[in-house]
Design a protein around this ligand. Structure first.
Ligand code: TXA
Ligand code: MG
Length: 313
């Protein structure tokens, strides 16, 4: 591989992103580890690079409200929040449009997405240059502190990730995440925009998401993409069940998908949420899932499968 450019320009960073590479970029909150959110392989690299054992839904960054509205449906209240606080450290959870174009792995298979327009000239220039939504969690190895300088990002990843340097971040903590539920605003994650500021601007109380509530931030709570079908793990299918295979699959004449016939974990991760959706859509009552190796990305795949299989009410 070529050595990484030291002084990355916005155009060079955009070209890397469009070719499926990761680029760390500055925002007003923290540095983000960015990928083209429409490219499943690129988004997977985020998890591999961070060493993240779980597929959390990621925040998707947009250049403006128009790009956001091409991806998701904004109620009048959601639109008013964006109009008041964007660009800025507020991520808004909104229902995806049918043809949104985002990789399922970016939203962890949910039918909503957390969107934000960052208030940083370099981030906005990058979003305009790529003209793509960019998925970006904080640019640190999993379990380490969120970086607020380009130097911290370089050190964190041992110089392996190209970094677009935009100076130190102003806020230093991640964005506030809210969802809109009818007439009410629910805060899912406290962050750089104080809840009181939203309350003052909108003249209403912003409630906190209750544990296990209908609307929740999946990264913070156990609840996650839950198929309608029940799920049995590490098993072979019974007649009448749907089957999610991995690697060499037994002959089975029911509904079946194979995460990766060759046993490739990256391919399996890319297919995971899409195939769960597809099997669920067959109306099967039970989805049997073959064992998936626990190494590498297998850890995240198994984490998500266990969550999907967990008892729920
Ligand atoms: O300040 C920030 O928000 C930084 C910078 C880089 O912009 N980004 C960031 O992204 O913190 P990330 O991807 O680490 O945040 C992901 C969190 C998830 O753990 C989850 O809590 C919430 O965003 N989230 C994402 N999609 C969601 C959804 N559809 N519904 C509810 N919560 C969601
Ligand atoms: Mg983080």
């Amino acid at each position: 591989m070529n050595p990484l450019p030291q002084d990355l320009s916005v155009d060079a960073a955009a070209a890397l992103l469009l070719s499926g590479r990761l680029v760390a970029f500055p925002t007003e909150t923290v540095y983000g580890l960015g990928a083209d959110a429409t490219n499943a392989d690129a988004v997977l690299s985020i998890y591999e690079t961070k060493g993240r054992p779980r597929f959390n839904p990621l925040i998707v960054h947009v250049a403006d409200l128009a790009m956001a509205e091409r991806l998701a449906e904004f109620s009048p209240l959601a639109r008013a929040l964006a109009a008041r606080f964007w660009p800025g450290p507020l991520s808004i959870v909104v229902p995806l449009r049918t043809w949104h174009g985002l990789a399922d792995i970016a939203t962890a298979g949910l039918d909503t997405v957390a969107l934000r327009m960052p208030d940083h000239p370099v981030a906005l220039a990058l979003l305009r240059a790529t003209d793509r939504p960019l998925a970006a969690p904080s640019a640190n190895p999993s379990g380490k502190l969120s970086p607020t300088t380009a130097e911290q990002v370089r050190r964190g990843f041992g110089g392996k990730v190209p970094v677009l340097d935009g100076g130190p971040c102003q806020a230093g903590v991640e964005s506030t995440i809210v969802a809109v539920d009818g007439d009410s605003i629910v805060q899912l994650r406290a962050g750089a925009l104080a809840r009181q500021e939203i309350e003052t601007a909108f003249g209403r109380t912003v409630s906190l998401a209750a544990q296990g509530a209908k609307i929740s931030a999946p990264g913070m709570l156990l609840s996650h993409y839950a198929p309608n079908a029940a799920i049995r793990l590490d098993t072979a299918p019974q007649p009448g069940e749907a089957f999610l295979a991995f690697g060499q699959a037994p002959a089975f004449d029911g509904e079946m998908r194979n995460l990766s016939p060759s046993g490739d974990l990256r391919e399996a991760a890319r297919n995971l949420f899409t195939m769960l959706h597809e099997l669920d859509a067959t109306g099967a009552k039970m989805i049997a899932v073959a064992p998936v190796a626990e190494t590498g990305l297998g850890e995240a795949i198994n984490d998500r499968l266990r969550r999907a299989a967990a008892p729920r009410d």
